[in-house]
Design a protein around this ligand. Sequence first.
Ligand code: SAM
Length: 345
Amino acid sequence: MSPVHTLTAPWQGEAPTPLNPDTAFNGFICAHVLHALERLGLLGRLETEGSVEVPSFCREHQLDQAVVHALVSAAESFGYLAVSGDRVRATRTGEEVRQAIGFFTWGVGGYHDVFANAAAVARGERRFGVDLHRDEGMVALGSAQADSALMRHLLDQEISRLDFTTLVDLGAGVSERVSRLVKARPGSRGIGIDISKSATELGAETVERYGLRGTVEPVCADVLDILFNDHRVEGADEADVVMSFMFLHDLLVDPARRDQVIPRLRAAFPKANTFLLGDTTVRPRNGGDTLPVFSSGFELAHALMGVPIYTREAYEELFAKGGMHLRSAVPFGAPHTYLFVLEAA
Ligand SMILES: C[S@@+](CC[C@H](N)C(=O)[O-])C[C@H]1O[C@@H](n2cnc3c(N)ncnc32)[C@H](O)[C@@H]1O
């Protein structure tokens, strides 16, 4: 396997297993409380102001005081908030959770229906994508929160070492990353490709916000069509650097085409000197008795959606077989998530 840049001890996590029923039940409720306080803006306000006077916060945001009081009281019981009269502040754990809040947005906000219907999925009564859906907006928001808290600085370090004029992001969502990176590299241009029409439309807004109209182009297209059906996106084959984040596993769903994806990526982007492919892997089952945030949810959610995910070893084998040389596998902030830095062999 490729060398690991930094210690990944945090990826072992601190949740002791077995989770006894008290911990499991309270964790379930606590996750919902944290998500609610984040959505209400209370966690953000605590971050900027240090403490919050709850009744005036409720008046300002037209919130039901009794409900907010119950949420605050629950968060106090879980050890996330300290309450003194009407005023609350975050405890140390409450401050620490901010780094990880994206995982709660992702899990509670994005996947609550999917997890809650696991038995129905197992019985074949509900099917993901047919009569069972995730909240795409919350999944996107959770990813963005995790990116800015945990990943962005690591990507910036890697990209600063690379030469590029044309940057292409596959599965680009709202083209935030490609816009940010192009903005930081004067003279470069970018293309953000995503299958979702609404994400591409929002991408046009992102580009406007960065003042990059004509420099970054959000394009609505299926990357599988580019790889397998000769679909051409104007200018994309000029890319010097191609990246994708939390998307590679989506390209690998069809077992018949899986081994062809990497060679086709090389062929579709013949001038690319580097591919930066970030994705979360299946955590190694090494007999440890603790768990980190996110991994168990990522693995179960994908099983319920019927989308295979891969170990780090499986990805590295796929790259090698597909003719890409792995320069490094950079631990990428979120547990068991890597930024694979690859070049055409
Ligand atoms: C998990 S999201 C990641 C979004 C973004 N890269 C990020 O890190 O926040 C996966 C994205 O891939 C897009 N996608 C899924 N299948 C696709 C395909 N075949 N071609 C292009 N985009 C696709 C989805 O619409 C979604 O925006």
